[in-house]
Design a binder for this molecule. Structure first.
Ligand code: ATP
Length: 541
């Protein structure tokens, strides 16, 4: 595939594909947007950055016809537009790909791409061959490495995402909006996505790229717009800016995280001493031992987490990392092998028992498992710790409010107050609340599944601090993350998971950098390839 189209900076004479000027939006008492501007040129990848609650999703929802705006104007190719429905936005050539994909896993790539617009006979039967030819021609014409006949469920996540992007592009798309597209991807998968983006920008499509992973900005975008508190605080040609300038624009010059960052420069993960380095030495007792543990998703898992150790689980999507956490927390049975938590061999473990033993799980899907959206921040923080906030059967509500306020302050949760319903928070702020739920009192074993997805750069620092403090206090931490820099930065040891099995455990001293770790994951995968493992190459040509 070719190199990205070089797009001239702000002074380009080209008519922007989209021009947002002075747009405002208020939700009740919250002024989400205060007159924001954004321009995207043909063939440009324009990164949109900002801390949690800065207003990025609100603008995306306005552009996609979900919300109406209050003031300002939006032009597409010079024509003023206002969308009162998602259909109108789609008709104007705007397509949005969210993190939660909307594909039907049991159908093929072709059937997914043509869902709802299948060519049919006069009697209403789907013309399958014609459909597959149409899709194959489309994929070939755009240089997309997907096979129309492959069932979507058998594809690695990055290729499903590519299918979703193609679905968006099957119509007459001029502007593609990607909302944190790489949050679940590891290195090699990211590269596939970037190549798909380059293919579409080569055709003149403009891309708005929302992300909290700042290193991506330098790899994929030509310009960057930064929002803070619903306002523009920066427009940079990517080639003329650097990480420090972007971080300062995102979190503001006075933010404590900026100074922490100055002491610990971004990007050199291997320079950071892990929190529990000394504690994690072999002489320290394990808080968790899995020996040859197995169930329908796992087999022969051998794993130990020591007191005060931060232990990472690396692997590709579908490798079984999340299932290991779920099994330890009692959400999946241990059918074979043994599990020992805090010196207690357990024949059967349930979530209630796990919590009693001091195990806490911060799940990946905060909506399904992590939060009650119709409750306040305060109630969400209190629920898992009711005994802690109760005395003689009465809830000590003042103590609960105080803890909620201090957790909100520590993690900079952006909300009017602790009684705000969680459903009204931005995605990243919801994630901070999930995290805060388990911060105090400290668990003995903390299981974290992708803890910083959707979390802004300032809060990420705070979360790292909380994890490291917990480890220093003796908590064993087991963390799943697709962000290899995050694992390298935090972990004393990293175990690689392939097809439901731990195939390798590496000490910090031998971890190397993110590229080396990614290489190791790929290598472990190919040497452990099992018949049920996905072999994408067999499908895609
Ligand atoms: N439906 C709503 N009702 C009330 N307030 C809302 C609603 N939607 C968003 N907000 C508020 O508007 C502000 C901007 O939120 P938005 O979701 O746009 O932020 P964001 O930049 O996308 O954040 P994140 O990175 O966390 O996704 C936040 O203070 C949020 O709580």
């Amino acid at each position: 595939m070719s190199e990205p189209v070089a797009v001239a900076a702000a002074s380009s004479p080209q008519v922007p594909l989209i021009r947002v000027a002075g747009v405002t939006k208020r939700f009740g008492g919250v002024q989400a947007l205060r007159g924001v501007n954004l321009e995207v040129l043909p063939g440009e990848v324009h990164a949109l950055l900002g801390e949690n609650g800065a207003g990025k999703s609100t603008l995306i929802k306005i552009l996609s016809g979900v919300h109406a705006y209050d003031e300002g104007s939006i032009e597409i190719a010079g024509q003023r537009v206002a969308f009162d429905s998602p259909a109108k936005s789609r008709d104007a050539g705007i397509a949005v790909v969210y993190q939660d994909l909307s594909l039907v896993e049991s159908l093929s790539v072709g059937a997914n791409l043509m869902l709802g617009r299948e060519p049919r006979t006069r009697l209403g039967f789907v013309k399958k061959r014609e459909l597959m030819t149409m899709v194959s021609d489309f994929l070939k014409a755009h240089g997309i490495p997907l096979d129309a006949r492959t069932p979507v469920g058998s594809l690695p996540f990055a290729y499903r995402q590519m299918t979703e992007i193609c679905k968006a592009l099957m119509g007459d798309v001029r502007i593609l909006i990607l909302d944190e597209p790489t949050s679940a991807l590891t290195g090699g998968e990211e590269q596939i996505l970037f190549e798909a983006i380059r293919t579409v920008t080569d055709r003149g499509v403009g891309v708005i790229y929302v992300t909290h992973r700042l290193n991506e900005v330098f790899r994929i975008s030509q310009r960057v717009t930064v929002f803070r508190d619903g306002m523009n605080v920066g427009l940079f040609p990517t080639a003329e800016t650097d990480m420090k300038q972007l971080v300062a624009a995102i979190i503001g010059p006075g933010h404590a995280a900026l100074h922490a960052r100055e002491r610990t420069p971004v990007g050199s993960a291997s320079d950071f001493p892990a929190a529990g380095c000394e504690l994690a030495s072999v002489t320290v007792a394990p808080i968790l031992t899995l020996s040859k543990a197995g169930n329908d998703r796992l087999h022969d898992v051998d794993l130990t987490v020591r007191k005060g150790e931060i232990h990472g689980l690396a692997g590709l999507i579908g490798s079984g990392r999340t299932e290991i956490l779920q099994t330890i927390f009692g959400l999946r049975p241990v059918e074979t092998g043994a599990i020992v938590i805090d010196d207690r061999p357990l024949s059967r473990i349930t979530p209630a028992k796990a919590i009693k033993l001091g195990v806490a799980l911060v799940p990946e899907d905060r909506h399904l498992q992590g939060l009650v959206l119709d409750h306040s921040i305060e109630r969400n923080l209190t629920l898992p710790r009711l005994p802690h906030f109760s005395r003689w059967g009465w809830l000590r509500s003042q103590a609960a409010v105080q803890q909620a306020r201090s957790a909100m302050k520590k993690l900079a949760v952006k909300a009017p107050d602790s009684s705000t319903y969680v459903k009204f928070l931005s995605g990243g702020n919801q994630q901070k609340v999930v995290f805060a739920k388990w911060d105090r009192p400290r668990p003995k074993l903390l299981l974290l599944d992708e803890p910083t997805v959707g979390v802004d750069v300032g809060a990420r620092e705070e979360i790292y601090g909380v994890v490291q403090d917990a480890a220093r206090d003796g908590t064993g931490v087991l963390i799943v993350s697709s962000d290899l820099d995050e694992l390298l930065r935090l972990c004393d040891r990293v175990s690689i998971v392939v097809d439901g099995c731990v195939v390798n455990t590496i000490d910090r001293a031998n971890l190397g950098n993110a590229e080396e770790l990614h290489h190791l994951i790929q290598l472990s995968r190919s040497s452990n390839e099992s018949p049920k493992g996905t072999s994408f190459g067999a499908h895609a040509t």
